[in-house]
Structure formats: structure tokens, C-alpha cells
Ligand binder design. Structure first.
Ligand SMILES: C[S@@+](CC[C@H](N)C(=O)[O-])C[C@H]1O[C@@H](n2cnc3c(N)ncnc32)[C@H](O)[C@@H]1O
Length: 220
């Protein structure tokens, strides 16, 4: 277990705070642990689930802990396919290379430590098909990914295409508080690249737009 603690400490960049065996915690700056019990059903028994943009795997492992029959976790193999904004793309690619962080390595370490059966898929959400998950799934979890995409509606179409009819799309997404206040009904989004300090963000929707995305079956 000491070895695990050491490997966790040596990992160059945790995103998620994860509870691993032996009281080991990953020092991720995104700690979703307090939200999981309210965001997920008490039991996912009987359901096949897909986590889109899994990063270190928090939602995938949380769905597995809720007794899902099968969980798939999709993410890009590396940064070259990320829709980073045009003004920061080169800088982001350079920083990603210089960090020495191998994409998916945090997920893989946590997966092994947890003895997880989650199946990792390396690919781009724009290419997602039900074949990747051995057929349509019952639940797609879309967590804080849409704001990073050039084409969120295209990605949502692929997610809906991977859901069985009547399945659940669970969106745990960021939204613009300001645009939600100023446009309660009109679906709008803020284009973020010009704003300083947001080098990975493309579009931030208001709540009305998230609702439209969640209710139009991906057909526009
Ligand atoms: C902000 S993180 C969110 C992580 C996790 N879903 C959560 O809710 O905490 C965004 C994740 O989406 C992934 N991602 C970005 N573009 C993607 C794409 N085109 N296809 C698949 N995954 C993508 C990133 O690599 C990253 O792991």
C-alpha cells in the first residue's frame, strides 16, 4: 500500500480526487466526492453505462460502485485531438508535452488499485458509435466536457446515438451564471477564448441551452 501512496504522490498531475484502497487519496483539484451521492441513482444494477471524457475516471468508478452491470469510460488518447481554442492550442500542446503526463495514466493507476472492471475506450466522442460499447447503453454520463468542444451538438448527437431508446443522458455540466440570469428562456452560449485564464474552454452555455440540448434527442 505504501507503494501505491508513493506512486500516487509521484504522478505528475491528478485531476480527480479519488479514494483508493488503504486510505490513499489522489490529490486531484476536482473533488466531486461530495456530489456523487446526489448526482447518481442509489443503484445502477441492471444498467450499462458510459462515462464520456472520463479523465482520471471519477464518474466511471462511481457508477461501478453503484453496481452498474458494465461501465465504459471514454477519453482521448492524447491532446492532439482536443478542441483547444485556436489562440491557446499551441501553448496547450506544448504544456501537455512538457508536463510529462501520459494521458490516461491516472485512470490506469486508479483502475488497477481499485481492481476495477471499467472498460476504457480511447477515442474521440465525435466518432462514438454503439459498437464501441458492445451495443447501446442505458445511461450516458456527460460531465464537464461540452464546454471544451468546438461542436457540442455534434458530440451530443453521438451520445444520443449510443443510448438505447428511453435511456438516460445524465448531464453534469458547467453553465454560465451570468447568461442564465440575463437570458432565462433564450438558449445562448458565451464564446470563451477571448477571456483571459480560460485556455481550455470554447463555449459556455446558459441553463436554457443545456435544457434544450438535454431534451431534443440530439436532433437539431
Ligand atoms: C474537464 S474534464 C472532465 C472530466 C470528467 N468528465 C468530470 O466530469 O470530472 C474533460 C474531459 O473530456 C475529455 N475530452 C475532451 N475532448 C474530448 C473528445 N473530443 N472526445 C473525448 N473526450 C474528450 C478530456 O480529455 C478530459 O478528460
Amino acid at each position: 500500500m505504501d507503494d501505491l501512496a508513493q506512486r500516487v504522490a509521484d504522478h505528475p498531475g491528478w485531476y480527480h480526487a479519488l479514494d483508493l484502497p488503504g486510505g490513499v487519496e489522489t490529490p486531484g483539484y476536482c473533488d466531486l466526492r461530495p456530489f456523487a451521492p446526489t448526482a447518481l441513482p442509489v443503484s445502477l444494477a441492471g444498467r450499462r453505462c458510459l462515462d464520456v471524457g472520463t479523465f482520471d475516471g471519477f464518474w466511471a468508478f462511481a457508477m461501478e460502485a453503484c453496481a452498474a452491470d458494465e461501465v465504459y469510460a471514454l477519453d482521448l488518447p492524447d491532446g492532439t485531438q482536443a478542441d483547444w481554442p485556436p489562440n491557446t492550442r499551441e501553448e496547450n500542446l506544448r504544456a501537455s508535452r512538457d508536463s510529462g503526463l501520459e494521458w490516461g495514466s491516472g485512470f490506469k493507476m486508479a483502475h488497477a488499485a481499485l481492481g476495477s472492471q471499467v472498460k476504457r475506450i480511447e477515442g474521440n466522442v465525435y466518432d462514438l458509435t454503439p459498437e464501441w460499447t458492445g451495443g447501446p447503453v442505458d445511461l450516458v454520463l456527460c460531465g464537464t466536457i461540452l464546454q471544451h468542444l468546438r461542436d457540442p451538438t455534434g458530440a451530443l448527437e453521438r451520445m444520443y446515438a449510443t443510448l438505447r431508446p428511453g435511456g438516460t443522458l445524465l448531464m453534469i455540466e458547467a453553465y454560465s451564471v451570468q447568461l442564465t440570469r440575463t437570458h432565462r428562456k433564450l438558449p445562448v452560449a458565451e464564446y470563451r477564448p477571448p477571456a483571459p485564464g480560460t485556455q481550455f474552454t470554447m463555449w459556455v452555455p446558459n441553463n436554457a441551452l443545456l435544457r434544450v440540448w438535454a431534451t431534443t434527442d440530439g436532433i437539431f
